[in-house]
Write a protein that binds this ligand. Structure first.
Ligand code: PD2
Ligand code: ZN
Length: 316
């Protein structure tokens, strides 16, 4: 892992903590309790030590908490509670109204704690939305799902969109958006699956489903071997839809309306670290006009599959 690939807030925290003399153990522990995966914390600390040398003194406590990892916030809360400490039960520490995602300030329009759902505004600029649509138009194919038993990809009446993919950092725009998402979520770029762009014509939809893979299903063995479980979804809306096409969460009665540049983020772990069935969600039928979205799924570990390997989600 390169130190420079870490989110800039995390880089700053690591640098300052090392300069203050924090030991690697303390740094790793602080990161884990802030929601970072153990393996990721270990590698990030090692990369920082390579950059800034061993600490001058050891066993100093970390002076402040590392920036929260949005993706693993549920794990952070579970760790806090397991340690007998009171949890603030806030997704975004300090309750900011906006987040500096590096090259763009992103608005927070709504945040729900259980399940963890955050609605962002202005994540993408209008020109970026238009460019993503234009880049995708000529190469759309009917979307598939994976069969739970066989693992084979097939068309399914529950998912009638068409879509296409972009390899990680395939071009400057994709790389820029991926870096922004990593800054925003605290989830390193490597853990992201390639961006998928989906297009819905009137009448098409994606019936309610889970984006995580049921480990009990034999057909999911292959997808789970390519970076572990999915932990969160980010759906970016690329256009305003004339009618219908909202992203619905039927278990919690939430309906997110598509607005160009906005995005809905949701993480699947509950505060015990278990997969949360309240994250059941779907894309409701487009009633008028068309709908374009770009999705980013985030994994537990580095995603090692090809773009082709992502065209699936489990059915409810
Ligand atoms: O199009 C959507 O709003 C939508 C809803 C639920 C997309 C997905 N899931 C997905 O691509 O997983
Ligand atoms: Zn989905």
């Amino acid at each position: 892992m390169r130190f420079s690939s870490l989110a800039s807030e995390l880089q700053t925290w690591l640098k300052q903590s090392i300069q203050q003399g924090c030991s690697p153990d303390v740094l790793e522990h602080s990161m884990r309790t802030s929601g970072y995966q153990g393996e990721f914390a270990q590698r990030a600390v090692a990369a920082a030590l390579k950059e800034f040398g061993p600490p001058q003194r050891t066993h100093e406590p970390a002076s402040a908490e590392p920036p929260a990892a949005l993706v693993d916030a549920a794990a952070a809360q579970a760790a806090t509670e397991a340690a007998g400490q009171e949890s603030s039960s806030r997704i975004l520490a300090g309750g900011p109204n906006q987040i500096d995602a590096g090259d763009r300030v992103v608005q927070i329009l709504m945040a729900l704690n259980a399940p963890r759902v955050v609605l962002f505004g202005d994540l993408l600029a209008p020109t970026e939305c238009e460019a993503l649509i234009e880049m995708s138009r000529g190469k759309l194919e009917r979307s598939n799902v994976v069969d739970r038993q066989t693992g084979r990809y097939e068309r399914h009446p529950d998912r009638t969109s068409e879509g296409t993919y972009f390899r990680r950092a395939e071009n400057e725009l994709i790389a820029r958006i991926e870096t922004r998402i990593a800054e925003l979520t605290g989830c390193p770029i490597e853990r992201g699956e390639p961006i998928q762009v989906l297009h819905y014509n009137p009448g098409t939809e994606y019936k309610p489903h889970f984006d995580y893979f049921d480990p009990a299903d034999s057909g999911n063995r292959q997808v789970l071997s390519m970076g572990g479980q999915r932990v969160a979804t980010l759906i970016m809306y690329l256009n305003d839809v004339q009618g219908g096409g909202s992203t619905v969460f039927p278990e919690i009665g939430l309906d997110v309306l598509p607005r160009r540049g906005n995005a809905v983020f949701f993480a699947y772990s509950d505060d015990q670290g278990r997969l949360d069935p309240r994250t059941l969600h779907g894309g409701s039928p487009v009633a008028a006009g068309e709908k374009w979205i770009a999705t980013k799924w985030l994994r537990q570990r580095t995603y090692t599959g090809a773009a082709r390997d992502l065209d699936q989600a489990a059915h409810s």
